[in-house]
Structures are given as C-alpha cells and as structure tokens.
Design a protein around this ligand. Structure first.
Ligand code: ZN
Length: 423
C-alpha cells in the first residue's frame, strides 16, 4: 500500500516543465503507480515542485534576524561569533524549532547547517519536527572566545559523538566543519576536514567570502584557499564551500576536479561580491543556494532566487551579455544539494516536495513554471510540504510543530529582557 497518492497531480518535472500525472509515494520515495491503494489520496489543483534546500544556514543564529545586513563588515567576527559564544542549550533548541518552522512555512524541506557549538542539543528538536538536514560543529581553535574555542582533540571527540548519535537517524546527518581557514590551525583542519573526507562525510568551511581572508591564507601559505585545501588533502565530493565568491581559474579547476560543491547566499553576498556562477555551471560544478541564516534577510529561498536572478542580470550586463544564468538553472540551484536523490519529482528520488496554490491571484496571469517560480513565487505561497514521504504542513498548518505554543515561547523570550540581552 502506498503512503501517499497525489492523484492527477500537476507538478514540475526534473526539467522544471509542467506535467500532470499520478504521483505515488512509499517509504519516503517516489514509486511507480500501478493502481495501488494509498493511506492518503489527495486530488487538488495545486502544483507540486521539489522541496527547496537551504544549503547554507546558521540555525543557532535565528535570533540575529535584522541585525546584520546594515552593519559594517566583517560582521561574523564582531557580531556572529560573540552571539554564538553566549548560546545556552534551551536557546539553541528554541532557535532550532523556530528556524525549522520558518523554513517549512517557506517551502524549505532540507538544510545544511553551518554548525554551532551546541549541535548535539538540536537533535531531539529537529528529529521531532521530521526536518531533513545536516548538523554539526563549526569548530575554531583561534577565536578569542572560550566557549567557542576547541582543541583538535576535543573537536575530534565531539564529532565522533555526533556521528554516533546520528547513525540511526533517518533524516539528520552529520557535517564536520571549521569556521574559516584563518580561524583554525592546521592540526584542527586535519582532525576535522581531512578526517571527514576519509570517512566520506559532509565537510564544510566558509570559503573565499572576504578578500581579507583570501589574503590571509596567501600570506601564510603562499596559496589561495582552495589550493591550500587541495594540498591539505581536504577537497572531495562532499566538501561544501559556502560563498566561494572570489575564485581564481586554478581554484575553479580544483573544485571541478574534486567534484567539490559551492553554495551562494545572494542576500548575504550582496554586501560582499557577485560570484561567477555562469563559469561554475559551465564546468558542471555542483552550485547551490543558501540563506546564510535568518540574520541575512530571513529564510525564504524563493526570495534568494529572485534576488539572485537580479544580481545575475546585473552581472551579465557587466560582461556585455544577457541572462548568463537562466530561471531553470536558478531553480535547480534552489532544489538540489549534495544528496543526488534530492531535487526531482521522479520515481526513485526522495519524496521531498511542496505545493503552491494555483488559484493564487499571483499566478492567474502567468501560471506556474520555472520563470514564475523565480520571478513571482514567495514562501507564503507554499501550501503543503512533504518531507521523506510525510506531510509536515497541510494547508499552511504545521503538523510536527505546535505553532501556537512556539509563538507563546517566543513572546516569553521577548518579554524577558535578561534572556534576550545575553543574545
Ligand atoms: Zn555562513
């Protein structure tokens, strides 16, 4: 028996073309429909598309919303790091629940977290919500905050503990990360990134986000950041380089040769630089979108797509060309991730999908297609969300989070200045 049958469903296929067919879901994946009965059958005029992926988020920084964009650079050293150094267990859990609720409401079905010092504390909260994602520690041994700094040995032990805690988890997986190359010694980089590669786990480090960080690595190693990681033996097909804004030709070649993945965060990056995404896509480099957390314009990947399309139009014009990155490519960047089983409504793929209401006035003139998804759609248009073959939102009602209780919790935090002032 099927878990879910979406009868005569309209959906965007793997090429983001509108199709109509029966969509059958069983054990978390799309399966062929051969007339089987289903526990849940849905007939509607909504259009389904693959769930959005936030490929770079800082879940523990949910409460930095509205506090970063208009600040002077470099915000992560002056604001993000002191904020993370003050986190408590309860606050991280509330942050995780809030971030997950906002993500689901905006059509995001999976995420890759950049890591936080209390990653293991988020497991129960996120597991109960049935959100797909990768969580881990964002390690550093050079930052001057005792609660964040770790030794290579401590980082190794904590990572082993996290890997063990997640080994039976269906939806959550570990990611081993360091904050930035200048914020970690070679010993820490090896104990986290090289070990992660040896175990073929997800690994990550903020890459080529600021010119000053690139210069720091060149000054110290006489190599650009990706060249240094290649020499360290840390590049592989599960390494994720958020930002990757300023890349030399040799770095692009190394990323391509190692099948390393790149994540752009348009709203966050708008204050830093415009990436050469066309050159990355031309090389078939896995290039995805992320928000960089709520502190960088919220968690709506639709809005990131729209902003990214505007940035790419401007970039194209600066190169004397036009539309170097089109809507289907942007939509693909927003729905794909390191996991090759995500990103398409297709038999065999994981059943992470969302629906949009076609009766919404916004779509009555242009319909739902790749162009309108980038130009018109927004998170508040999302009607339903299915993750791993289970509904987590129906008709905008969250099914795995008590939204009323969450709002009460958030109000309590706001009304307690002592709790909020520490953050
Ligand atoms: Zn980040």
């Amino acid at each position: 028996m099927l878990d879910i049958l979406l009868k005569n469903a309209h959906y965007l296929d793997e090429n983001f073309e509108l199709q109509q067919n029966d969509l059958a879901i069983k054990d978390g994946r799309f399966v062929p429909f051969t007339g089987q009965s289903a526990k849940t059958t849905i007939c509607s005029d909504k259009v389904w598309l693959p769930g959005l992926v936030d490929n770079h988020i800082h879940i523990s920084q949910q409460f930095l919303q509205g506090k970063l964009l208009f600040e002077k650079p470099i915000v992560w050293q002056r604001i993000n790091v002191p904020f993370e150094a003050s986190l408590t267990k309860d606050f991280v859990k509330l942050s995780a629940k809030t971030a997950a609720a906002v993500m689901i409401k905006n059509g995001t079905t999976s995420f890759i977290d950049s890591g936080c010092p209390l990653a293991i504390e988020m497991i129960d909260t996120l597991s109960a919500i049935k959100m797909r994602g990768a969580i881990g520690y964002q390690t550093t041994d050079l930052i001057p905050f005792d609660t964040l700094r770790t030794t290579p040995e401590e980082a190794f032990a904590r990572n082993l503990e996290l890997i063990d805690a997640l080994k039976e988890n269906e939806l959550l997986s570990p990611i081993l990360g360091i904050t930035t190359l200048p914020a970690a010694t070679k010993e820490l980089q090896e104990s986290v990134l090289v070990y992660g590669k040896e175990q073929h786990l997800l690994t990550s480090c903020h890459m080529n986000e600021y010119e000053s960080e690139i210069l720091n690595v060149i000054e110290k190693e006489n190599l650009r950041p990706y060249e240094y990681l290649e020499k360290l033996g840390a590049l592989h097909d599960k390494f994720i380089g958020p930002h990757s804004l300023f890349l030399s030709e040799n770095e692009k070649q190394l990323i391509q040769d190692n099948d390393t993945k790149v994540v752009h965060c348009p709203y966050s990056n708008s204050a830093k630089g415009i990436p050469e995404t066309d050159a990355l896509l031309y090389r078939h480099i896995g290039t995805y979108l992320g928000t960089d957390g709520a502190g960088h314009g919220g968690l709506d990947i639709f809005r990131e797509m729209r902003l990214f399309s505007a940035l790419m139009q401007l970039y194209s014009k600066s190169k004397g060309d036009y539309a170097l990155v089109n809507a289907k490519e942007i939509l693909s960047m927003a729905t794909h991730s390191v996991d090759p089983d995500l990103g398409a409504i297709k038999v065999g793929k994981k059943a992470d999908l969302i629906s949009l209401d076609t009766s919404n006035l916004d779509y009555l003139s242009g319909g739902i297609n790749a162009n309108t998804m980038v130009e018109i759609a927004k998170g508040s248009h999302v009607n339903d969300s299915i993750i791993g073959g289970h509904f987590v939102m129906k008709d905008r009602e969250l099914l795995t989070i008590d939204e009323t209780q969450l709002k009460t919790q958030l109000k309590e935090y706001k009304s307690e200045p002592s709790l909020i002032s520490a953050h």
